[in-house]
Write a protein that binds this ligand. Structure first.
Ligand SMILES: [Zn+2]
Length: 437
């Protein structure tokens, strides 16, 4: 087996076939291009189940993808018994003299990234996973910050994780100014764009750092003659799907694809030495392309009319302090592209709201009143997102994960290891082989 000097593993959290196809079709219709990840040379399917459940969580699937063994939902880098530590592909890479980088758009000690350096019976022990992060000695951690970094009541509390990281020799940056100072001579690095998760791509401003920025910086820091292993997680694809928010989800998938593009550019310069693997850890939301109310017609491109994530829309509705639905109509139109009837004339198709739609919104407005004030901004935002999704011919079945398999794609050295129908543990087994000396 030929090893690959430079190994990239991209994990779209909650990204399965529907998320990829929805985004691909959206890009085909709006930009006449598809997702890069759907064009890589090897394409296969991957089963995602946990040791104790057909529907996995991100801890068990992250552990399977990182360590090559099925475990129970909730466990990080530990076997199903909860007694034995497992070894991740990132640790194998480190022990073979490579530099290692871990990047995510959610907090760096969240389940998926933690599965590559952490060992804990519970994904909820964020502080302890933060200690594991430092103990790993990996070379680069970037993206979202450390959750519960200073949890003083943790039984293993030793001090603030950021401070402990500095004591361990890490250069620590927690904002854009710090980000710009980091380069290949910075030594080991923690580089975060937010205290918690990064903003959703759909809500980002010019000043926000995105997944591609951290991927680029990680490569700069860990590129060296002995080779590297870099794991990049698009963690908020999952969050968009938990919220059943298709527009937010597809912008996250595009953001993720842009990060893969950074690795692909690197691959094109080093095609004989590079492997890129792209997978998902499970499906989230039971997303489907097609809706009972719209038959065989599809209109995925109109998801582009949504300007913000559901959460930001709820805040904007709240700020308006509206006393009637009427007052909110211009804002709703601006945020979603959906069109209210004029003079009681309800138009059909497109993003026109029907009489039934409008009555639903009116009911939410009327039912969520306290002391003469509208308090249902979240419920209204959720209803608007759902209406826009269904008009755009996509639908959801759950706010949780599902047992659908995911797509796995690969390009470069030994990419064929990742074709065909795999188990998620096979991803780890393949990567552990190619990160040998
Ligand atoms: Zn999830």
């Amino acid at each position: 087996m030929k090893s690959a000097k430079y190994v990239f593993l991209f994990i779209g959290d909650g990204m399965s076939i529907p998320q990829r196809m929805m985004t691909d079709e959206y890009l085909q219709r709006t930009e006449k291009r598809g997702l890069l990840i759907n064009q890589l040379e090897c394409q296969g399917l991957t089963r995602t189940s946990a040791a104790n459940a057909f529907i996995t969580d991100s801890a068990a699937s992250g552990t399977a993808i990182a360590c090559g063994e099925k475990t129970n939902n909730g466990r990080i880098g530990m076997d199903a018994s909860g007694k034995n530590k497992l070894v991740s592909s990132a640790e194998v890479a480190r022990d073979n003299g490579r530099k290692v980088g871990i990047v995510t758009s959610v907090t760096i000690n969240h389940a998926t990234p933690a599965a590559f350096y952490g060992h804990n019976v519970s994904r909820g022990n964020y502080y302890q996973l933060g200690l594991d992060l430092i103990a790993s000695g990996f070379d680069y951690f970037g993206g979202g910050g450390i959750a519960q970094a200073n949890k003083e009541d943790d039984p293993l509390y030793k001090g603030d994780i950021y401070e402990l990281a500095k004591e361990a020799g890490y250069t620590v940056s927690r904002n854009r100014e710090g980000f710009q100072k980091i380069n290949k001579d910075s030594g080991k690095v923690l580089s975060f764009g937010a205290a918690d998760a990064l903003p959703y791509a759909i809500d980002m401003s010019e000043d926000d750092l995105c997944l591609a920025d951290f991927t680029r910086q990680a490569i700069e820091v860990i590129d060296n003659p002995e080779g590297f292993f870099l794991m990049v997680e698009g963690g908020k694809i999952d969050w968009g799907c938990h919220a059943n928010d298709a527009a937010t989800t597809l912008k996250e998938v595009i953001d993720f694809d842009n990060a893969v593009k950074v690795a692909y550019d690197f691959y094109e310069k080093n095609p004989e030495d590079t492997l890129i693997v792209v997978t998902g850890d499970h499906e989230t939301g039971g997303l489907t392309l097609g809706f009972a109310g719209t038959g065989y017609r599809t209109q995925i491109e109109t998801l582009g009319a949504q300007k913000y994530s559901g959460g930001v829309m709820a805040n904007k509705i709240k700020e308006q302090k509206a006393e009637s639905l009427e007052e909110l109509k211009p804002l709703i139109n601006e945020m979603t592209g959906m069109v209210f009837a004029v003079d009681g004339e309800y138009k059909k198709g497109g993003l026109n709201l029907s009489k039934v739609d409008e009555q639903k919104l009116q009911d939410i407005f009327d039912k969520n009143q306290k002391d003469g004030k509208f308090t249902g901004h979240s419920a209204l935002s959720k209803a608007l997102v759902l209406m826009l999704n269904n008009k755009s011919t996509v639908a959801w079945t759950t706010g949780a994960h599902t047992a659908l398999p995911v797509s796995t794609s690969a390009q470069g050295v030994n990419a064929q290891l990742f074709s065909n129908m795999l188990d998620n543990t096979d991803i780890s087994k393949g990567i552990k082989q190619v990160v040998q000396k």
